[in-house]
Design a protein around this ligand. Structure first.
Ligand code: NAD
Ligand code: ZN
Length: 360
């Protein structure tokens, strides 16, 4: 038996207003005046002086605003990297991602592709990255995905939706400032928060579970219940706790895996472009047979917060689309093995997945 030796985020600063310290944190990492810091910022913050006035631009530093309307694609990373190389005298001193899971994943991928040749899609998979990435900093503005702490960056490529899982993927520095999440719209708060809840359910109920994952998963699970069920927290406490739940949920799956909801939601996303948070919610409602208690709690939380999920999203799919969706979902073998054990193929077939998708 050989155990995996994982890197972790080596530096993290936590606290309301800690974002104000960004400049003092990154300044020592500037190599010289020709090697800029590039800030990749969710375009929801364009014109938002409360946030952007705290980004100090020196020398050739620049901000690139990026839309999070669609999840990141490998082609998008290739274009961004080319843009950065063409428009700067030297390789950047650092990439700073400010946004949700979408922007954090883009920041990780760009920092890897600045030091590795070829196309981004060449590196989708496990441990394919050869050279260390450019210094990269993650600053989440919405909580739940765990992307701020994970060893992957999830990208849609020409063939698959698959992460770049590598020792060079985790951020060198994370800034956890819960105040940055104060304007997240309620539905989005719920969808991304449920990503964390579902990470816990899948990790805690999986066959890969161990004391390491369990300790983080249980903490995140308890925090989620406090935030989404008990409803006694102040706004600030709720923001603080969800940011830490996201962190713990991410740590929990580092040493285990996600499960059925993520496998099915990747299929939805690949064919229909359904975003991760809402896609997980749409899928999870129908997974009583796999996660009876988790689904019951989920329904309670959905009701408490008066969330209405879309229905019938697979009603008009062609056979070909179903085929692609099911192929993508089934290809995620570690997720199925974690969820159902080594014999998962005895329980899951093409047709059982089709029946599930047809309910959505
Ligand atoms: P997101 O980044 O897609 O953002 C969702 C929406 O919220 C966007 O419209 C965005 O503009 C908006 N938003 C973000 N912060 C805001 C703020 N402070 N105020 C107002 N609006 C704000 O959402 P997400 O759910 O955090 O990320 C989903 C992505 O994360 C997916 O691409 C998924 O694949 C990825 N993901 C990655 C990992 C990982 O480990 N790398 C894990 C889970 C999910
Ligand atoms: Zn997730």
């Amino acid at each position: 038996m050989s155990y995996k030796n994982f890197p972790m985020v080596p530096r993290v600063i936590y606290g309301r207003g800690s974002f104000n310290q960004l400049d003092e944190i990154i300044s020592p990492k500037r190599r010289n005046s020709d090697a800029p810091f590039i800030f990749l910022v969710d375009d929801v913050f364009k014109g938002n002086a409360w946030l952007t006035s705290r980004i100090t631009l020196s020398y050739d530093d620049n901000i690139i605003y990026i839309s999070a309307d669609e999840e990141p694609k490998t082609s998008q990373i290739d274009e961004l990297v080319e843009h950065i190389i063409l428009n700067n005298k030297q390789k950047p001193s650092g990439i700073i991602g400010i946004g949700g899971g979408t922007i954090l994943d883009i920041a990780k991928a760009v920092s890897i592709m600045l030091t590795n040749d070829g196309n981004t899609s060449d590196y989708q998979g496990w441990d394919l990255v050869k050279n260390p990435a450019v210094y990269h900093v993650g600053i989440p503005t919405i909580s739940g995905t765990g992307a701020e702490v994970s060893r992957t960056t999830v990208l849609t490529g020409p063939k698959l939706k698959l992460g770049i899982n590598s020792d060079y993927t985790p951020f060198d520095q994370v800034i956890l400032d819960p105040e940055l999440t104060k304007d997240v719209p309620k539905n989005q708060w719920f969808y991304t928060g449920m990503d964390c809840f579902i990470h816990c359910i899948e990790s805690l109920n999986g066959s890969y579970i161990n004391a390491f994952s369990q300790s983080y998963g249980e903490k995140a699970f308890d925090l989620c219940k406090e935030i989404f069920i008990n409803n006694t927290l102040s706004k600030e406490d709720s923001q603080d706790k969800l940011m830490m739940a996201s962190w713990h949920g991410g740590m929990s799956i580092a040493y285990s895996q996600v499960g059925v909801a993520h496998a099915l939601s990747y299929g939805l996303s690949y064919v229909l472009g359904t975003k991760h948070g809402i896609g997980n919610c749409i899928v999870f409602e129908h997974l009583e047979e796999f996660y009876p208690n988790g689904v019951q709690l989920f329904k309670l939380m959905k009701e408490k917060h008066n969330i209405k999920l879309p229905r019938g999203i697979c009603a008009e799919l062609t056979e070909e689309q179903f085929d692609t969706m099911i192929t993508v979902a089934l290809s995620l073998e570690p997720l199925w093995e974690n969820a159902l054990g080594k014999d998962w193929k005895k329980r899951i077939t093409y047709y059982s997945l089709k029946a599930l998708y047809q309910k959505m």
